[in-house]
Design a protein around this ligand. Structure first.
Ligand code: C5P
Length: 223
């Protein structure tokens, strides 16, 4: 059983790759003093371990690494590459591995460090698997070319050789597997609010979500 802090604000976000969810979630977390966890980074970290230590890679090894996982492990630049992203999308289809990762996510969602007023997690199965009782649920998306352009810009900064066409192809592939896989597929739940960021800049997205959150917090007397 995990420890649960009472009276904390919990925000759950699901989104396809490169929809801008991470940027928005970070801004929202900062504003409301919430602990932010990009759950995709955990799968990326495990994918990175698989690429770096192919011979050692087994459940025992993953468990030992995950047990002592630090936030700084998730901020490694090498986790951002397309290779790691694609591998993450493959390994994340493994049920046993997801179970190992599930517990860490629950812990951060329901028992964030004391200095935070709550938690904000983004990923693929957060709204219905990790924090089904979240105070706010969002499904953040954007059209495929906008997402590919955004990801291309990010990846170009770390890999000069990558082309837009390659990025588009890999995002399409990732969408296909994340949406259609049997275990924890990406989906918009009925109780999630749809935010389409195609024609919105970062500030506009932030303000749109802030307005939704503030309205409910004011009605409930929490603001
Ligand atoms: O969000 P990001 O693109 O970094 O995630 C990498 C991959 O990790 C995704 O394509 C997805 O397959 C997997 N993932 C997942 N469940 C989550 C977050 C990410 O399966 N909650």
């Amino acid at each position: 059983m995990i420890k649960k802090r009472s009276n904390i604000l919990k925000i759950a976000i699901d989104s396809p790759a490169a929809a801008g969810a991470g940027t928005i979630a970070k801004a929202i977390s900062k504003h409301y003093k919430l602990f932010y966890l990009d759950t995709g980074k955990i799968y990326r970290y495990i994918a990175y371990l698989k690429i770096k230590f192919p011979r050692k890679f087994n459940y025992k090894f993953i468990k030992s690494k995950i047990k002592f996982l630090k936030m700084k492990d998730l901020s490694k630049k090498s986790l951002l590459s397309d290779k790691v992203g694609n591998e993450a999308s493959i390994i994340s289809q493994n049920k046993k591995l997801r179970k190992i990762v599930h517990l860490i996510q629950l812990n951060y969602a329901y028992n964030p460090p004391k200095k935070y007023k709550g938690s904000c997690l983004d990923g693929r199965d957060i709204t219905y698997n990790i924090i089904p009782d979240a105070d706010f649920k969002f499904y953040i998306t954007a059209n495929i070319t906008t997402r590919a352009k955004r990801r291309f810009k990010e990846l170009k900064a770390i890999n000069k050789k990558i082309t837009y066409k390659e990025v588009l192809k890999s995002i399409k592939k990732r969408d296909k597997s994340d949406l259609n896989r049997k275990i924890a597929p990406l989906k918009k739940t009925i109780d999630s609010l749809l935010i389409n960021t195609t024609n919105l800049n970062k500030r506009a997205c932030f303000l749109k979500i802030k307005k939704i959150i503030d309205r409910k917090l004011i009605v409930n007397g929490n603001l």
